[in-house]
Design a protein around this ligand. Structure first.
Ligand SMILES: C[S@@+](CC[C@H](N)C(=O)[O-])C[C@H]1O[C@@H](n2cnc3c(N)ncnc32)[C@H](O)[C@@H]1O
Length: 528
């Protein structure tokens, strides 16, 4: 299943099976300066920053090398890596990491991605390109040249269209070459310098709002060239999820990893919009579901999940074998690997009666195993629940002391880490300034119903609140117009009618809450 995983990629990569990935693209933090490198500013990122920066370039190279070695391990023999970097460390990365791990003989391309951006240097040539190293794991790497062909001349046209200062460029290639290329209707494979892909624009629709976001077109070319539909693409410095979004669009399977909860959430929102979850008309029925793995599980999600799904899952998390039967199981939801029955209760404050019923179920279920465990002074059964009441705890103690029967009580939290999602409340203030909205009070204008409303989001969490995100035209899929709001305050004007506004809050564990406000505006503001 496609996955977004929170964590240091080193730890996460170690858990991925050898030779299972077709394509790795990474855009790791560059070896540059502090301010530029901090993308999200959360705790995870600050730790990672110190981890790789503390000892200068050698330390950075070691830091990256151990991770790239894991990427090499998990790539299939036909797989390849694209490592995106820039002048700060590209020479070191090639020689000390990629040539060492992949081997010089598996070096395929050094792609130069050129872009334009305002430059304010006077003592050198402005650095306006990134380097993307392309290595195969072996000589049998994939390369789909037909998928990425571009019309002859495309870069030149693209460049000239950028206007200012670049219009003087001549059409590339001599007459003969141009003629040859025109005959070839398929176009040509782009050269190893890419000038036809622009950086994400300040006001572009793709833009999420942080400096290192890469354009979808760039990832499209990479993914099309080096993977096929159904292949698995991995990006373990995922950021805002460009690789993942493009891989999903191109029907690749994918794994996205980042140590920042914000990166995970932003990518999750992006994918939900992309897949048009529950959005009626534009829903992509072929979209594959994906899972999001944070460090902690949300209590409410587990607590109110489908009972059977929860039972199966928690038994597996415990290391046991779930019972596949949903009915007639005498309340035995699974077993340990040595056969001890497990019962799961998806509730809190389990009472004494549960213990007694479970005990008789175990005895009926397998009398011999029960007697053997009892004689060996081993637990005859295990109950997993969110919490246990006093009566249950006392009953378990009594059984042990007076009848030598051991029943083990386990809380869900002792098996998987749990946290409560942040609380969220939205306050509305009508701040309509009638005097301002009706320009000339002497003219009998009918007030057009435009209302200005201040929204105040108040959230609380056991950990730091990371950001609020707002969708002022909510249609069932959360599609934030404002993504990184640290203040929780927004003002908007609304015309008469019904409006749905959705607000999300994300905390430092990546746990979220959502509140949907329905507004009716008809001269006054009503909250439904
Ligand atoms: C340059 S950004 C990637 C941008 C991305 N290519 C995009 O288009 O949005 C680098 C990312 O690496 C993440 N990162 C840094 N150290 C990491 C680590 N040890 N494990 C996983 N992710 C890490 C940061 O949180 C950041 O999101």
């Amino acid at each position: 299943m496609n996955k977004l995983i929170l964590g240091d990629c080193l730890e996460v990569l170690k858990k991925i099976e050898t030779e299972t990935i077709d394509l790795v693209y990474i855009d790791p933090p560059f070896f540059s300066n502090r301010n530029y490198e901090i993308v999200w500013g959360d705790e995870g990122e600050k730790r990672s920053f110190q981890d790789r920066w503390s000892g200068g370039i050698d330390h950075y190279i070691d830091w990256l090398k151990t991770r790239v070695a894991e990427m090499h391990r998990i790539l299939k023999p036909t797989g390849s890596i694209f490592l995106h970097c820039d002048w700060h460390a590209n020479a070191y990365i090639k020689v000390f990491i990629l040539d060492k791990i992949f081997g010089q003989h598996n070096f395929i391309n050094e792609i130069i991605w050129c872009y334009t951006a305002p430059a304010n240097v006077k003592n050198r040539f402005p650095q306006k390109h990134d380097t993307i190293f392309f290595y195969g794991k072996s000589k049998d790497y994939h390369f789909n040249s037909d998928e990425i062909k571009i019309p002859y001349n495309q870069e030149t046209v693209a460049r000239t269209n950028r206007g200012a200062g670049l219009t003087g460029l001549k059409v590339k290639g001599n007459a003969e070459e141009r003629h040859k290329n025109r005959l070839d209707n398929d176009g040509k494979i782009p050269e190893d310098y890419w000038v036809d892909i622009f950086r994400v624009q300040g006001n572009g629709s793709e833009r999420i709002g942080y400096p290192t976001q890469k354009p979808e077109k760039l990832l499209e070319r990479i993914i099309l060239s080096a993977s096929n539909e159904g292949d698995t693409v991995l990006d373990c410095f995922m950021g805002g999820g460009t690789t993942i979004a493009v891989a999903d669009k191109l029907k690749r399977n994918w794994i996205g990893i980042d140590q920042s909860p914000q990166a995970i959430k932003v990518t999750e929102f992006r994918l939900n919009v992309l897949q048009g979850k529950i959005l009626g008309k534009s829903v992509d029925i072929f979209a594959k579901p994906f899972s999001v793995q944070l460090h902690k599980y949300d209590y409410d999600t587990l607590r109110y999940q489908d009972a059977f799904e929860f039972e199966t899952w928690i038994v597996q998390q415990y290391g046991g074998l779930p019972n596949v039967k949903q009915k007639g199981d005498l309340g035995i939801d699974g077993k340990t690997t040595t056969g001890t029955p497990i019962q799961v209760k998806r509730s809190d404050n389990i009472g004494r009666n549960v213990i007694d019923n479970f005990l008789s179920a175990i005895q009926r279920h397998d009398k011999i195993a029960y007697e053997r465990n009892k004689a060996d002074k081993k637990p005859v059964g295990i109950i997993i629940a969110f919490s246990f009441g006093k009566g249950a705890v006392q009953e378990v103690a009594r059984l042990k002391n007076s009848e030598n029967i051991i029943i083990e009580l386990l809380t869900v939290e002792s098996i998987v880490p749990i946290a409560k999602k942040p609380s969220l409340e939205i306050k509305l203030v009508d701040t309509t300034d009638l005097a301002k909205d009706i320009p000339d009070k002497n003219v009998s204008t009918i007030w057009d119903g435009l209302k200005e409303i201040l929204f105040e989001a108040h959230a609380k969490s056991e950990v730091e609140i990371q950001f609020f995100a707002w969708d002022f035209n909510y249609q069932g899929v959360f599609n934030p117009e404002i993504l990184f709001d640290k203040t929780g305050k927004q003002t908007r004007k609304f015309s008469a009618g019904h409006h749905k506004i959705a607000v999300k809050v994300v905390d430092g564990e990546g746990l979220e809450n959502i509140e949907i406000v329905e507004l009716k505006i008809n001269g006054k503001v009503e909250r439904k």
